[in-house]
Design a binder for this molecule. Structure first.
Ligand SMILES: [Zn+2]
Length: 281
């Protein structure tokens, strides 16, 4: 198995930091061969940033197990001449294989984020992004995200988060996908087929999704029958991930994916082969 979505270090005040040792031990216990480690440099979602330099340092000590991604925030600098590509190029030269986790508190198609995606297109980096009410926000049906997907057809985008997964169902509303503060982003009940998630996965060859965090587990487990059909149909575009953030975090997605009645070919692609292909491992 390859986990496309993990973190290290301290991210929020509520949880102790996750050491590389704890991450590797959990990977060993779950049978995860390699993991992508995602830095966080956008302030909105977290209480502490985990810079790309920290992730590179950790991954350099375990090159056979940990794969570094890089990230930056296009709002750095008071003028508009911050050269995102220059910064990312240095990280790529040091071994980073993708961009993310992108957690900027901007609209999904904000011009500043478009500059980031343009740099990623030139550097051939996949982009792993979180979508919710505050981060890369949009409207139901993803009009903004679709503009991004069309504008950068050579960038593989890996979508994740409540704003993405709430739209698994065709009856999703703006209120469900982008709830106000205090309201749960985890929608319950059977999925109405034909939702924005499957429409976009079918329409955009450069779109992928990861199965990390409570958002993906909630979306799949609310209707396991629909989940099996979604994963079977989009077996080339869905990637296993955990969003492992703190020691002893429950990771119910691992057992869920082992037990889900899908073909063994689809399961192998989702658990491992898609990541190998996408990251050129
Ligand atoms: Zn994450």
């Amino acid at each position: 198995m390859i986990d496309i979505h993990t973190h290290v270090g301290r991210i929020v005040t509520d949880y102790p930091p996750l050491t590389p040792r704890t991450l590797l031990r959990r990977m060993d216990r779950l049978g995860i061969e390699k993991a992508v480690v995602l830095p966080i440099e956008n302030p909105e979602e977290v209480h502490y940033c985990v810079p790309t330099s920290d992730v590179l340092r950790v991954c350099r000590r375990h090159p056979d197990r940990l794969i570094p991604f890089c990230v930056t925030d296009p709002r750095h600098g008071v003028r508009s001449d911050f050269d995102v590509k220059e910064v990312l190029k240095r990280y790529v030269d040091q071994g980073c294989r993708g961009f993310g986790e992108y957690l900027a508190g901007l609209a999904v198609d904000d011009p500043r984020s478009l500059r980031v995606y343009e740099a990623c297109q030139e550097l051939r980096l996949p982009v792993l992004m979180h979508l919710d009410s505050y981060i890369n926000w949009d409207r139901v049906g993803f009009p903004g995200f679709q503009r991004v997907l069309k504008a950068f057809p050579d960038v593989p985008f890996i979508a994740h988060g409540p704003g993405w997964w709430a739209q698994i169902s065709a009856d999703a509303t703006d209120e469900m996908a982008y709830p106000p503060e205090g309201a749960s982003p985890y929608v319950k009940g059977p999925v109405v087929p034909g939702g924005p998630v499957e429409k976009l996965l079918a329409s955009y060859p450069n779109l992928y999704a990861d199965l990390s965090a409570q958002s993906a587990y909630n979306a799949l487990s609310r209707d396991p029958g629909y989940a099996a059909s979604l994963l079977e149909r989009f077996q080339d575009k869905i990637l296993f991930g955990t969003d492992y953030l703190y020691p002893r975090q429950p990771l119910p997605i691992v057992r869920f994916l082992r037990d889900l009645p899908i073909s063994e070919i689809a399961r192998a692609k989702i658990l491992r082969d898609n990541a190998v292909r996408l990251l050129g491992l």
